[in-house]
Every structure is written in C-alpha cells, then in structure tokens.
Design a protein around this ligand. Structure first.
Ligand code: SF4
Length: 325
C-alpha cells in the first residue's frame, strides 16, 4: 500500500539562544529531531514512544508543517509539506488534524459544543451541512442534545469525544493524537481507544499517536517508533517489537510497563540516569551512558541502522531471542 505520509532524513532545529549568546558568537542551535524516516499508509496507526523531551511532539508538528527549522523530506500524499502556500497550505490543514492532549482546556468555554464543532468549518470558510454537528456527535457516540452544552458540563471522556468530533469535522486523512487518553480513567481510556480504532477502520484514517502509555501502543498501533534524543532507536511492527525488542532502550521502556507478564519482568532493564541534554549529545551511541550492555565501542562509534523485515534499529550489540531451554 502506498504511503500517505512519507518522511525521509528529517531534521528539526531550534535556536535556543538569546541576543547575548548571539553577540558572543555561540552556536545555540539544538536538533530536536535528528534524521528520522517513517511511512504511514491510509488506515494505519503508528505510535511515537519515548520519554519526555525525546522529540515526539516536535516530530508530529513538523510532519504537519508547523514550526521549527526543517530539513529533509516530508511528503503528504506524494507532495512536499514544506513551502505550501494558499490553497495547498489550506488543503494540508484540512487533511491533517490534531487532537490535543488536554481535551477540556483545548475547548473554549465561550462556545457551546455546537459552536466548537462548527469552528473548523468557519476557519476554512466552508459551508456547514445541515445536521452535520449531530452527525459528528453521533459518529463519536454522543447524543445530539450535547450540542447545546458547554465544555465545563462534560466529563473528561465526553470532552475527548468532542475533541475527536472536531478533529474529524473536515474529513482529515491523517489524525495526530497527542496523548489521547491522558488524564482519563482506565475505563474511559479504552472507550476512546476503541473509538479511534473504529473510526480508523470505517474512515480509512491514518493515525499518528504520541504517547507514554505502552498499553495504548499494544492496543491500537500497527507500527511503533521508539525515540531517544530525537532519533528512532527502533522502529517497526508493534507485534515484533513487543515480542522481542532489539534495542536495550526499547526493552527498558517495555519492561517498565506494569502490565507485562512476570516472566518478561524477571529480565527487565531498569532505566537509570537522566536523558542527556540536546545541547551536549554524547559521542558514539547516545544511549551508552544509560545502557547496561555498553562496551568500549559504544562510546566511540555511533551504530549504523540494522534492517530486518519487521523493524530496524541502531545498536552494536542488539538483544537476541533467548534459545528455548
Ligand atoms: Fe547499548 Fe551499545 Fe547498543 Fe548503544 S550500541 S544501545 S550502548 S549496546
């Protein structure tokens, strides 16, 4: 299946320095995303996983053409995202929708739910079809009477559903969901996830999920990418990666998950130390200061990417499947 979103060797840089640093001639640029490749097909869900500050949100914003000093290639439906103006920029904003992390505070209290769902149409100067608000509410499992309520009258789960309805208003082809279940009770989390899964199947949506929650990844993502300091240390099919992570950082994240079975937890890798600063990237493998398997080579040389049919990863000494006893 051909990709809806294609990213090749993407770098996103920021200037973190103020006038003083510039006057002193210091290079204050950091690379929030450092050379990533990914493909998402229609109807496919990809999860971006990693600790805070790993570059997940920076990457998601860059693929939607928002923010940062970007080099590399981002193609949406075969056409570059960068440099779009006028109608092409507008089409991209229609085709790529964001679901924000904090559903309740992203809904303005000045509007009713009807006003909030109609807002994307108004912003894009599009007519609002008769009964469209009710149709969208129905699509996300809310009754038509919700249309007259205000955000503070909704539960967290209902607000999240309104966020999904708004995101779907202009019939996007890619939805970027930033921590779609953050702050929700476990039962409501699975409702929202089932809803996204269902919509993906019915509307052939591509979904890019940013999350810390590996249960979500296992539940909804066809593919996952594990980010560390703005790079993909491992990317591939979710099932293959959960069954046997190759990169020690992936294994550390997976084995920190409380729902994994006891057997997997016995050989867990505890993640120690802090993520290094982007202003001082370590030499060699950037994970070597925290990796329990690091050897001399790791501190000297950055590992190349190894490609297997179901995933790729960057590690000199990847984890192997244990031989059966
Ligand atoms: Fe650990 Fe070395 Fe692999 Fe880096 S290259 S993850 S330090 S074993």
């Amino acid at each position: 299946m051909s990709a809806l979103l294609t990213v090749r060797d993407l770098h996103v840089r920021f200037n973190t320095g103020g006038p003083l640093a510039r006057a002193l001639g210091r290079d204050t640029h950091i690379e929030g995303v450092a050379g990533v490749d990914l493909d998402i097909a229609p109807g496919e869900t990809m999860a971006l996983v990693g600790e805070s500050g790993s570059g997940k949100t920076t990457l998601a914003r860059a693929v939607a053409g928002l923010g940062g000093d970007i080099t590399g290639e981002v193609l949406f439906d075969g056409k570059p995202v960068a440099g779009r103006t006028g109608g092409e920029a507008k089409a991209l904003r229609r085709d790529v929708a964001f679901m924000f992390q904090d559903a309740v505070s992203s809904l303005s209290p000045r509007f009713t739910i009807r006003g909030l769902i109609e807002e994307p149409f108004r912003i894009h100067g599009q007519p609002i079809p008769e009964g469209e608000v009710e149709r969208l509410l129905g699509l996300v499992g809310l009754s038509a009477e919700m249309a007259d309520r205000r955000p503070h009258e909704l539960s967290g789960g209902q607000a999240r559903r309104v966020g999904v309805a708004r995101a779907l208003a202009l019939e996007p082809r890619l939805v970027i969901a930033d921590e779609p279940t953050a702050g929700l009770d476990v039962s409501v989390q699975s409702e929202v996830l089932n809803l996204l899964n269902d919509l993906r199947e019915r509307l052939d949506l591509a979904i890019l999920i940013i999350t810390h929650n590996l249960n979500i990844v296992r539940h909804v993502a066809d593919k996952m990418a594990i980010m560390y300091l703005g790079r993909f240390v491992e990317i591939g099919e979710t099932q293959a990666i959960f069954a046997q992570p190759r990169h020690p950082y992936t294994k550390a994240l997976l084995s920190a998950n409380p729902i994994i079975d006891a057997e997997a937890r016995r050989d867990r890798i505890a993640l120690e130390g802090e993520v290094p600063s982007l202003t001082q990237r370590p030499e060699g493998c950037e994970f070597h200061g925290r990796c329990p398997f690091a050897r001399d080579l790791c501190a000297r040389e950055a590992p190349d990417r190894t490609r297997e049919p179901a995933r790729s990863y960057t590690c000199h000494f990847p984890l192997e499947e244990e031989a059966p006893a």
